[in-house]
Design a protein around this ligand. Structure first.
Ligand SMILES: Nc1nc2c(c(=O)[nH]1)N[C@@H](CNc1ccc(C(=O)N[C@@H](CCC(=O)N[C@@H](CCC(=O)N[C@@H](CCC(=O)O)C(=O)O)C(=O)O)C(=O)O)cc1)CN2
Ligand code: MET
Ligand SMILES: [Zn+2]
Length: 768
């Protein structure tokens, strides 16, 4: 029996990588310094895992931005528009890499970034590979070999991690529809072979091929490609030990296929695919090693050793001790780095801290579980077992997780209305009358620039350097500035700007009971951007209003309507670490009730438009279509619980980004928000097609410009998009807004872009 890890967080325990990357982008540190930071993080990670007794430590799990983009660079899948960057001798490989990730707009060069999208059902985002017809690949970046040798130098015989060729293709997109990306496997395989040759020369023993698509519904072509590549790889490298890693769910009907591949080990997720265990043990081929992902790589609860040992015991009986690896369920990049850094007992009480485990602790758990499984009677190990049992028991019996009033309210859930009083057509008349908004009404999605200053006020306030009242005053001034700017620009529906919020989920997590948070529990979301997911440990309720003061304050400054801004229950659930001792559905309903209370209080305070953001509703969809209906049923109901307790005149908005609605348009309509704003500009309004076909009845604000790039769009571009929108959606239903919130942008570009946007709306109105 051996232990291994699938990946360790690469941001550094104090977000060193974020800081180094952003400094490099700002021209404040040299490439040399940046590279050094990366090297330090890698070496620290290896040393940590080695000291904790991990048998097989991963390499190539480090990334300066994203591991899918690393793979594209490794394979020379570099879109032609970056040739200019390549040709400029003063640019390094990393400059090209960052150009692909973020785009470049300087010295007369203007190239857009590659697209970014969600990594399966997580809040991690990857850079989407772009393929053209007959795409050629080449061994371009040697990072995977370099980092293996670097580990070797540090005394570690690492296991390189590589995205498997089939999953790599499936993660990408065809730039036009003239071909099927899976057919590129023929061009791709020789490059993988070349890379494996180099790794073999370097002395690798194990390689981990990530093929997470094995837990999804696969087309026959993809299955065929899997058989083809792994057979070829086996033919050429019989002596290298190959592991295929799956995660986030059950392999299900792909199990037979997975087992037929000529590899030495298969990793299965025993947490998010717990139900696959018996079948997998039953059918396991004689020579195959099964890697059991028993420690949850997506959540922060301590592992229950007794449960894990049961699983392992079962496996030992079926397939034998020497055919078992112990591992986390998936890469640990989805968990924060180190619980030991949480030393502030006011933020995270010792009682709750004792229930948790971050990446470093999870590695230790894996080593301990193995020791116990092979019957160690080392006193230190037995002591760890004892302490584990106590923590698990304490959490189970804690009064902190249960709240009587919440439970009672949950029992009454049936009697709480999740329907608006009147149908949309009726509401629309009343809202038109009450709000007096023009056609092509303009608004924004909520946040305005979270500048360095705003963040430093918050940071200083937390450290006690500036007082609460001073902090309050600074935020009031910033909000006032934002209101004045919006008035000057001529927007129709204003927002307060969200300056008081550190993050749209964390802010609510901090104010709701039953939820706690960490100080350093950062997790990478994309590139250098991180989030600190709240920790939902108990029954959730709202002790007092959360947003009424700031919204009312903003409304008091202007005669224009100010839209209240809330994060919806599904998104709070999806972007938090969620308790695993009750169904997610129930936790979601509890949050929905808390948001419903907030909506009610905003309405009472005279706020007539309330936006409930649900950007994560699509990402929450289960990986298998079979499981969709169950999820959608409770997710949509949760939204309706939070949004439907208002009078007809109150206009409910919702916002979603990264959304493909093709398979869930009925459910989007069932949410019955009066206005939905969606991300649309990057797809040139193509997303509207599904709304149009469905004859979506309520109002829609298709985003007219991309907020992920500092590039300022022109008025003409936005008029073009609005004209396109008008072709599929009746003018009476259309709103005008950016794709998403503006918190990551600067003020200069924000003001310009919004001025052009309002001008574009005026132009459209004149044409009606
Ligand atoms: N939870 C979540 N998921 C999401 C999104 C989102 O907004 N929230 N948006 C989509 C895209 N993902 C995103 C994720 C993060 C960020 C983002 O901007 N993150 C910030 C951190 C936000 C935050 O929590 N800020 C805190 C802490 C800021 C900080 O670093 N403070 C410094 C001090 C700063 C100073 O003194 O100048 C420190 O603590 O060291 C605050 O404002 O208070 C970052 O990485 O920079 C943006 C988009 C999808 N998923
Ligand atoms: C990721 S969706 C963001 C919505 C939020 N209201 C904002 O404007 O930032
Ligand atoms: Zn958004």
């Amino acid at each position: 029996m051996q232990t291994h890890n699938l990946g360790y967080p690469r941001i550094g325990s104090d977000r060193e990588l974020k800081k180094a990357c952003e400094s490099y982008w700002a021209g404040k540190i040299s490439i040399h310094d940046l590279v050094k930071v990366g090297k330090t993080i890698r070496n620290q990670n290896w040393e940590t895992q080695k000291n904790l007794g991990m048998d097989w430590i991963p390499s190539n799990d480090f990334s300066f931005y994203d591991h899918v983009l690393d793979t594209s660079l490794m394979l020379g899948a570099i879109p032609k528009r970056y040739n200019k960057i390549l040709e400029n001798q003063s640019n390094s490989e990393l400059d090209l890499y960052f150009a692909m990730a973020r785009g470049v707009q300087k010295d007369g060069i203007d190239v857009r970034a590659m697209e970014m999208t969600k990594w399966f059902n997580t809040n991690y985002h990857y850079i989407v590979p772009e393929f053209e017809e007959n795409q050629k690949f080449s061994f371009f970046s040697t990072k995977i070999v370099d980092e293996f040798l670097e580990a070797k130098n540090a005394g570690i015989n690492a296991k390189p991690v590589i995205i498997g060729p089939v999953s790599y293709l499936l993660l990408g997109k065809e730039v036009d529809k003239s071909f099927n990306k899976i057919d590129l496997i023929k061009n791709l395989l020789p490059v993988y072979i070349e890379i494996l040759n180099k790794l073999k020369e370097a002395g690798v023993e194990w390689i981990q091929f990530d093929e997470p698509f094995l837990v999804m519904d696969l087309e026959p072509k993809a299955k065929e490609a899997l058989r083809y590549v792994y057979n070829e790889i086996d033919k050429q490298f019989p002596s290298i030990k190959k592991m295929i890693a799956t995660y986030f769910g059950s392999i299900g009907d792909n199990l037979e296929l997975a087992y037929s591949l000529p590899v030495q080990a298969l990793h299965i997720d025993c947490v998010h695919g717990f139900k696959q265990l018996d079948g997998a043990l039953e059918l396991a081929p004689k020579e195959m090693i099964l890697s059991l992902g028993v420690v949850d790589g997506r959540n922060i609860w301590k592992n229950d050793f007794d449960k894990s040992l049961d699983v392992i015991q079962k496996a030992v009986t079926k397939i034998g001790e020497d055919k078992i690896f112990i591992a986390p369920s998936c890469s640990l990049i989805h968990t924060p780095v180190d619980l030991d850094l949480e030393t502030d007992e006011k933020t995270l009480t010792p009682e709750i801290k004792d229930w948790l485990s971050f990446a470093k602790q999870k590695v230790e758990e894996i080593a301990t579980i193995k020791a116990l499984a092979i019957g160690s009677n080392d006193s230190e190990i037995l002591d760890k077992k004892e302490r584990n049992s106590n923590s698990i028991k304490n959490r189970k019996e804690s009064v902190l997780t249960h709240n009587k009033e919440v439970r009672q309210r949950m029992e009454q859930l049936q009697s709480i209305s999740d329907k608006r009083i009147s149908a949309f057509s009726e509401r629309k008349k009343k809202q038109l009358e009450a709000l007096q908004l023009p056609l092509y009404a303009t608004t924004t999605i909520g946040s305005f620039p979270q500048t360095k200053e705003v963040r430093s006020w918050r940071s200083k306030n937390k450290k006690g350097i500036i007082s609460d009242s001073e902090y309050q005053k600074l935020l009031e001034e910033e909000t006032q500035r934002a209101i004045r700017i919006q008035e000057e620009i001529g927007l129709d529906v204003l927002v307060h700007g969200e300056f008081e919020r550190n993050d749209m989920v964390e802010y609510f997590g901090e104010q709701l009971e039953g939820i706690t948070f960490s100080k350093k529990g950062w997790v990478q979301s994309y590139g250098s951007r991180c989030v600190k997911p709240p920790i939902i440990f108990g029954d959730v309720y709202r002790p007092e209003p959360m947003t009424v003061e700031w919204t009312s304050y903003a409304q008091s400054l202007t005669d224009k309507p100010v839209k209240g801004m809330l994060t919806g229950p599904v998104t709070i659930l999806q972007w938090s670490f969620v308790r695993d001792d009750q169904p997610r559905r129930d936790t979601c309903y509890q949050i929905a009730l808390a948001i419903r209370d907030e909506v009610h209080d905003l309405e009472e305070a005279g706020i007539n438009l309330i936006q409930i953001d649900e950007p994560a509703i699509r990402e929450g969809l289960p990986l298998r279509k079979n499981d969709w209906q169950d999820y959608l049923q409770w997710a949509i109901k949760a939204f309706r619980i939070s949004s439907c307790g208002v009078k007809d005149e109150t206009q409910i908005h919702t916002h979603m980004c990264y959304s493909e609605f093709n398979d869930m348009i009925q459910e989007i309509a069932d949410m019955d928000a009066d206005v939905i704003t969606i991300e649309c500009s990057r797809s040139n309004m193509d997303l509207l097609e599904v709304f149009s076909k469905f004859k979506y009845p309520n109002d829609i604000g298709p985003g007219v410009y991309d907020i992920h790039s500092p590039r300022v769009p022109t008025q003409e571009e936005m008029v073009f998009l609005l004209k396109k929108a008008k072709e599929s959606i009746p003018v009476e239903q259309l709103w005008v807004n950016p794709d998403c919130g503006l918190k990551t942008r600067g003020w200069d570009e924000t003001k310009k872009a919004l001025e052009y946007m309002v001008a574009a709306a005026l132009q459209m109105r004149q044409e009606v």
